[in-house]
Structures are given as structure tokens and as C-alpha cells.
Ligand binder design. Sequence first.
Ligand code: FES
Length: 371
Amino acid sequence: MAFMPFAWVRRVARLMRPLRVLVAQGWLRESDVDSTLALLHPALRLNRVFARVIERQWVADDMLELSLQANGNWSGAQPGQHLQLYLEHAGVRLSRSYSLTAVHTNGRLQVAIKHQAGGRVSPYLLEHLAVGDTLELGPVYGELSWPETPQPVLLLAAGSGITPLLGLLRAALAQGFSAPVTLLHYVRGQGQRAFIAELQALQAQYSNLQVRWSLTNAPVEPGELAGRFTATHLASVPQLMQRSVLACGPAGFVSQVQQWWHVAGLPGALQVEAFTPPTLSADSNLRQVTLSFARSHQHSVADNQRSLLEHAEMFGLKPAHGCRQGICASCTCTLLSGTVRDLRSGALFSEPGQPIRLCVSAPHSDVEIDL
Ligand code: FES
């Protein structure tokens, strides 16, 4: 229950500066202040960003777009970035990152959520999260950006890779980008052509936009392509050799695009983002090490194959995390002693005080972490 209208929640953020000073000087605890503020409205906090769900819209058979209104602590984001969402479900705090499909100036933002079979977060968000509910928002991250040059653009998306690219496309068209843009979206079947109504409307409105779909696992209709990414799909893209290229999708798809781009020798820029975990480099010598999490007073035997994040969770700890791919930095902790191996590159790090990402670091020797 809320004793304060949500409109006030946004407005009072600036008025809470004296409380922040008292917390910073140790006179008050932030958790106590937040508990009291939450009684006034579930989205009211001293510093943390909470948002209210203001709209749910299905944009594909298996994808929902949520419109959220953030409280006054939201400092904004860029289209194409990803946002960490936190929720409490059955007494467990869960988090996942989702792409921002739109960012507005008034604290309103949109994210798209694809159903993940067997997942713990997306089924809850899709089936149970209601308009009026509140969620905590975490850090935003992501490097994809619309090219700064006025050259034509080629957008290549597979599956939910459409979501950050759509965020960028919406913003670019709204800001008057007038060079040719081709969006090619790879989906399994007709029902996965996310945002189809909006994309068709944008095509009708902007003569410089061309949208095509390729179906990888269903019969195609006139005008559609068939199968996974191949260079022949680009044969009809006008001014292909002048295009800046942005690609987003599973790692295998992104890798195919990169290979094509290097062979084709396009002079423009290529930006890619893969949303499946990177290939991890294995250490062929399996061995046991002692792993210590200093602040949690946990010491236990671990192996040198699994990530520190996995080990921490096996010990019953709940470190903050998001992407689990080494991208978002939300799992970063300080290495106190020992050597860790970066699971992506195999590089070793042993400097005390060094920040490390738990999700992509494995213990290489006995290790102590500030967690
Ligand atoms: S969880 Fe995102 S970097 Fe580790």
C-alpha cells in the first residue's frame, strides 16, 4: 500500500539531500531510512533506483515490452544499453539484465523481456509482474551506439538481439537520421518477429528504412529470407560497401557476421554484441585450492575450473551479479591475495587490491576475496 502518489516519489528525491548527508556522516543508516521511505511508497528510496511498471505490451509470441517509470534517483541511460532488474521472488533476490528499447527524458524507460524456458526470472516477469508493481533497477552498461557518421547503416539481429538495435533505431529515426538503414532480423518463426507492427509502421513512415526477416525454422512468406545468416542475404542491400554495421545476437551469429565483415572488407565500422556467454578457457590441470571470502568468514576447498561467482553461490553467498559474462561489472570484488585466472583469456592476475569480476575469474592458487 502507498501513502504517497507516485508523482511525488519522483519530486521528493531532491528534497532528501539532508537525509543523505546524515547517512554519509554516519548519523543514520541508509537501510533504516529506506525501510521508512518504503512505507510511504514502495518505490521511494534514498539512493536506490526503483521503478513502477506503467505498461505491459506483448511484442512477439515470446517477448514482452515493459514500460517503467523510475523514481527520482534514476540518472538516465543510453538507447542500446542494458539494464539490470532485481526482484524478490519466493524470498530470493534475483536479477537479470535486459536491453533498453527506449529511454525517455522524464524517467520513463522501456525494456524487452524474452521468455527463457526453464528460467527463474523471465517467466515471473512475463506472467506475474503487473502494472503498478515496483522493481529495483541496477546499473546500466553496454557499448553499442549509433554510428556518428552519416553513412548508411546495416543492422543485423538474431533472436532477442533485436532489442538493443531497436532502441538505437527508434532514437536515430526520431532524431532525423536520413541515410539508408536496413534491418535484417533472424528469427525461428513468424511469431518471433518482435515489434513487427511497429517496424512496419516505421518503414511506412521513413522511406530510408528497410526491414526484412529471415526465418530459420519455419516456412517463409513472400519477401522473407530463409535460414541462418549468410552473405547471400545481403545481396540486395543497397550501398552495402558503404554501410556501418551493428550486429547483436548469440555468440555464434555474431562470429559469423564478424567473419563475413572481415572477408567483405567494408571500410566502415563494425560493432557487435553477443549475449550468450563467451567461450571459457579451461585449465587442463584440475586441482583443489583454498578459497576464502574474507568479509563473509567463509573458507573452503574449491577447484580451479569454476568461476568465483559459482563457488560463492555454492558456499551459500549471494554476491551481486548481473550478466554472468564479464560485461556489466556488477560482480566486481577486490582480490586480497592469491592468483586468479581470467576464464575468457586465460590471463593470470595476482596483484593484491586488484578489482576482479567474479563471474569470469577462477581461482588459480589459494585465493582470498573481499566479499
Ligand atoms: S555479473 Fe556482469 S560482470 Fe560479472
